[in-house]
Every structure is written in C-alpha cells, then in structure tokens.
Design a protein around this ligand. Structure first.
Ligand SMILES: O=C(O)c1[nH]c(=O)[nH]c(=O)c1Cl
Length: 309
C-alpha cells in the first residue's frame, strides 16, 4: 500500500511524526528525527528564553501511558529558529512549536519567524498544562480568541494550533467557532496531554513526579478515546482545516483509527519517548499490514471515513 500523503501542499513519505516535546528538544534529537522514517517532525514547544523547566523526576511511564510535568524546558526560541534554518526541507517538512508564556512573547517570536526565510510550519501551543501559575489558554476561550487574532495579524502564513482535550460538546462547538473565524489557521492538532492527572504508587504511598504535588499531563493508551473524539469533533466542525491526531498511538492500529477519525497526520508522543525513533518503521509496517488486510491501497481510501451506527 502507498503511505504517501501531502500536507499544506507539501509531499510527505507518510503521515507519521513525533508529538512536540518528545525527542525534539536538542539538535542531536532533531537530527535523529530528520533521519528517521517519520514523514514529518516538530520541535519542542519553545519560549522566548531558554528554560530549565520543573524539578525532576518530572516524567514517568506507566503500564497504560505516561504522566509529565516537564514545565516547558527548552533551549529558547533562537535555538530552534537556528535549527529551522539548517533543516533539510527536501527530506521532510519541519513544524516549529511555539509556547510563549505571554501573548507578547508569542508576538515577538512570530514576528521574528515571519522575517526568517524558512518554510517551517508553525504549531502554536495553546495547551501546556504544566507551568505553575499559568492557566492554559486552550481552556480560556476569550484569551484563545485574542491570542489567535493577534498572532494571525502578526504572521503572514498559514499556521496551526495545538489544543487541549475538550470533554463537553458545547466546548467543541465554542472552540471550533473560534478557529473557523480564522482561515489562516490551516490545521488543528488534537490533543495535548490530559492535564493534571495524579499517578500514585501504592507501595510507597507517594506520587511519582516531583512538580505540582505529583499532578501532571496524562498521555498514552489511557487518552486514546479522548484523542479520537477530539480529532473527529474538529474534523466534523472544521471542514476547511486539516486535523493532526495525537494521543494514544503505540501501534499501527491506533494510527489507522486516528486516520479513520479524520486525522491527516498522526503524532506519536509517549510511545516514542519509550521506544525511540525506531518506532516509526514498526508503525508504518503495522499500518501497511492493516491496509493490505482491508484492501486499502492508499490513505485516502479510508481517511475520515469513520462510520456511525
Ligand atoms: O510540561 C511541558 O513542557 C509540556 N507537557 C505537556 O504534556 N504538554 C505541553 O504542551 C508541554 Cl509544554
């Protein structure tokens, strides 16, 4: 089967990429992603200045997924802009994730990104749940509208937003209404981690990560149904935009489900953290086996064709 696809008029070898934050914080990791089998890649969400992030331990894998409260550790915007300047775009598209701590910081980064002659695709992260004292924009619809309005004005190209999971139909409706008011938003990445879960070790009777009394974003198997719901909710509500699926992918089957639910591309987070970039050839093989078994020759044969009862 043919796994080739395209995104914003760019050809991709396949619809897979990393989730921002995983295997993409420093040049050695970015170079490994550039060389691996994934069809695209994205950088760690960056702030204007370098950040150490939260105290460790701040990430833990569990049998059903992961919990993290990294706290936006990153090398700072100039570092990732420099990488974007050096990236080989013939090899695969590069997305750059921005997560400024304030609207002004985002506007400063966006203005500089606009001046930089690079075909990087901006993914605006509105959903980091782990910066103490910073409520995430994705759950404040007024702030979300303002952020997007100002950033769309300051930027001259299509871009996307990384959203938190929503759980109420009224919130899907409200978030989609905001996004649909901005044609410049070409894609929506659903979902970021499910914020502020709590993993407790029954033996030590202790939380498993240090920051925020053990509260952190949940990823992995546990979030798959919520991820698929958010992908499909925005796929139905934003017909003029592409949806990038993220959440709960550990095998070809979940890639297939995200594509069926309407995803154009599929990001891998927790399982990439655990397995490394060699997960991508495995996921591609597994996806191809599913397509062969079902008689699908290409992604468009089933993409977005989820059936209801
Ligand atoms: O703590 C983090 O760095 C973090 N962790 C997440 O699970 N999602 C995010 O968007 C970010 Cl920015």
């Amino acid at each position: 089967p043919d796994l080739r696809t395209e995104f914003l008029d760019l050809p991709l070898a396949n619809p897979l990429m990393n989730a921002s934050g995983v295997w993409c914080s420093v040049a050695s990791q970015l170079e490994a992603l550039a060389e691996c089998a994934a069809g695209a890649m994205v950088t760690k969400s960056c702030t204007l200045a370098q950040r150490d992030g939260n105290p460790e331990p701040r990430y833990r894998a569990t049998p059903w997924g992961s919990i993290n409260s990294m706290g936006l550790p990153n090398e700072g915007f100039p570092y990732y802009l420099n990488y974007a300047r050096c990236h080989d775009y013939e090899r695969k598209p590069l997305f750059m994730s921005l997560a400024g701590l304030t609207l002004d910081d985002n506007l400063t980064m966006v203005a500089e990104l606009r001046e930089a002659v690079t075909p990087v695709i901006m993914e605006l992260n509105l959903s980091c749940p782990n910066v103490p004292g910073k409520a995430q924009v994705g759950y404040d619809f007024e702030a979300m509208d303002t952020f997007i309005h100002e950033i769309a004005d300051a930027y001259d190209r299509p871009f996307g937003v990384k959203l938190p999971p929503y759980f109420d139909i009224a919130h899907f409706d409200e978030a989609a209404a905001i996004l649909n008011a901005y044609p410049q938003i070409a894609f929506v990445t659903c979902i970021n981690s499910i914020g502020n879960g709590l993993v407790i070790d029954p033996v030590s009777e202790t939380v498993v990560i240090r920051p925020k009394d053990g509260f952190g974003g949940i990823g992995g198997d546990f979030v798959l149904p919520t991820a698929l719901a958010n992908v499909n909710a925005f796929f139905r509500r934003c017909p003029d935009k592409k949806i990038i699926g993220c959440g709960g992918v550990r095998s070809g089957e979940q890639v297939f489900l995200h594509l069926l639910a309407g995803a154009a591309l599929v990001q891998v987070g927790t399982q990439l953290f655990e397995e490394g970039p060699l997960i991508f050839p495995r996921l591609l093989e597994e996806l191809q086996a599913i397509m062969t078994a079902k008689g699908y020759d290409r992604i468009t044969d089933f993409q977005g064709k989820l059936k209801t009862l």
